[in-house]
Every structure is written in C-alpha cells, then in structure tokens.
Design a protein around this ligand. Sequence first.
Ligand SMILES: [Zn+2]
Length: 435
Amino acid sequence: MPIWNKEMECMPREEMEVLQLRRLKGALKYAYERSAVYKKKFDDIGFKPGDLKSISDLSKLPLTVKEDFRDNYPFGMFAVPMDKVVRLHASSGTTGKLTVVGCTQSDMGNWTELVARMISMTGVTSADVTQIAFGYGLFTGAHGLQYGMERVGATVIPISGGNSEKQLMLMKDFGTTVLVSTPTYALHLGEIALEQGIDPKKDLKVKFGLFGGEAFSEEYRKEIENRWGMLATDNYGLSEAGGPGFSGECHLICGQHIAEDQYITEILNPETLQPAKPGEKGEVVITSLCREAVPVVRYRTKDVSSIDYTPCDCGRTTARLSKITGRTDDMMVIRGVNVFPSQIESVIVNVEGLAPHYEIIRYNKGFLEDIEVRVEINEDIFIDNYAVLEAIEQKLKHQLFKTLSLNPKVRLVEAHSIERSAGKAKRVIDMRTKS
Ligand SMILES: [Zn+2]
C-alpha cells in the first residue's frame, strides 16, 4: 500500500528526533516573540527559548489549558496579525465561551497534507467516494477531512451530519465507498438502513469508515464493522492542536500514527503531571512545531492514552498513540475505583442480548458517588420475558464486577428508548447534587 509522505512517515527515529528538536527550538522562539500569552508564561518561570537543549527540557515549561483560550477570547492566543489569518474555527465547551483557533495559508497547507497522510494510511485512494457526515460549521472535523480527501483525489460528498434517509439514498445512488462520521452515528445509520430494508453489507458499497470526534472501544468497532462490512479506523485531533490529521490508524489497526514532524506528544501522569513511564497510560499533551496562527506549547488535551515508539509493520516509523480510553474529565471515582465510560462500554458490547446503546447515570448515595448503567436490550428480546432479562442482567452484573471490581446498579431498557445522536453520544448523565 502506498505511503503518502515516505520521507516524514518512514524517517528513522534518531533523524526524527533531530528534526523535532530543531523545529521545537524554532517554535518556542516563535511563540515567545509573537504571543503575549507565551511570553508571560515563559517569563514567569524565567525561561528563555534558548534554554531548551533537548526535547525532554520541554517538561520544564508550564502547560497550556483550554481556559487559556477562553481567557484570551477571541484572538489573544494568535501569533499573527489578522491579515495573515485565512480561516477561523471554534469549538464550544460546556462552560459557554468559545475556543477560537485560526489558520494561515501555510497552516491550511500543512493541515491538508497531514489529513492526506492519515487518509492514505487506511487504504482510501483517489478511486473512492467519500460521504462526510460530520457536521460542517465551526468545527474542524468535516473541513479537514474534505481537504485531505480532495488532496488524495477521492470524490467528496459534503452532506454534513444528520438526515439519515438522505445519507442512505446518496450512499446508494452515488456509490459511496467511505463514510466519515462519529462512530455513534455510523452505528445509528446502520440501524436505520436495516429498518428501511437496506442491508449495508450487501446493498451498499461502503468499505471504509474513518471515525473521529469521540472515543470508542474495540468492541464498538467490531459492532460497526460487522454491521457495515467495512474497515473501521479511528483518528484523533482537536481544534486547539490543528484539528484532524494529528494522528490516525493505518489499515493494520495497531495504534494511531502521530504526525511527529509537526507535533511533539508527551504522556503525563494525570495526578502528578510528570512524564509517565514509557508505555504507561496518561494524559496526552501536545506541542505544535509548525503552526503559525495559533501555536500551542504543551497543550493539555485531557485525553488518556499511551505511546508506542516501535516501528509499525505497515512500514511507518512514526510513534503510535494507543486508543484514547477516555478523558481525565470523564474519569469517575466510584468507591475509590477509577472508572472510565469506555470500560463499561466494552463490557456491554460483549454481553449477548444487549444493544450497544447505553447511559451511565452518576448520582449521590449519602456522601458517596454511585452509578447506574442503563442499557438497551436487543429488539428481538421481549421486554416481558423476565427469565431471559434476568439472565442477561446477571451476566452484565457479573462482567461489570469482573472488569471494574464494582457492583453498579444495572437497568435494562427497551430497544430504541435511549436517545440517538447524529454527533457525539451523551453517555454520562450527571444527576449528582452539589453538597
Ligand atoms: Zn502502521
């Protein structure tokens, strides 16, 4: 399978580190001289860009957080005047103010290049027809995938999110071979297809799914692949660190290749914020090496993963990010045990009789926190068949205990009773009262 940019994607490790160090020195100098925010951050600890001698010196610098973007809304994080900015993107958070990022012409070029690499890794080529079912708008996802697809030469159908019937109609009529969406939407769309008498495996030609926007488990991937008869790959990126193109899985599905020539990735222990041991899971922290409009130095993603630096069998030498298993924000501490929604998901998908649609309700129980797991049963099981339901419930409880060492409350609910989403699914519902 062809590699889009052999020079960068197959560079020997030592050479890559030399390139990264050289670019990092330049990026820190650039941020210090052009951004008031970084100048202050560096000055506060008495750090001059010239003080950096090795990549590991990066850990001496303060972290950058989402609040930095919010506090400097709208353009305080920008390192170029507005006449150099050709694009603005923003993401909204739960707390109101937008996180605003921008691109120069050069940033747009780099972005397109990185997404083209990521797409080529999955096996998608100029012969493919891609339906982009991410919502267009201020989010980077849909746009980034479109640029990369067009650079690779694939045909793009920019249908945007939602409108499932039209999605299916175009898939049939235009001969779509690639679906770009959130994993939640892929599963939902597969369900609607079946309801309409369309078997995605037989009646449609979709053979690749490029999924992003939310973390999903291996079991969830299998469920999508089985339903669609496709290769489902995961990719990762966030607007503060350049959007999609940061990392993505190759067709071998063994971690996400990171665009290391343009980003340095650290993994930090979420509690101590010190570098995690090699291979250990921790919070992903990103430093951009080439971004002009909005460079980031040590940006805290709050996403949890680990890095593998060994070369991949696909021929690429770039380090690989393991599947994102959750966000440090999503981590629940239930009776002293750290629990991520993704762990619960992987249990649910493996219990026969359950559909992969669930909600986790967080609530108070006295001074402690507890959770209730609500899961849909498969539609071929009758909700009044108590013996069968009882058996499924026992199995689920048993498996949850095996995985979490906890006995959360479990409730089986009717098929299709949990709200579906065209974007990210809302898995966790917080019913805790503040004390
Ligand atoms: Zn690979």
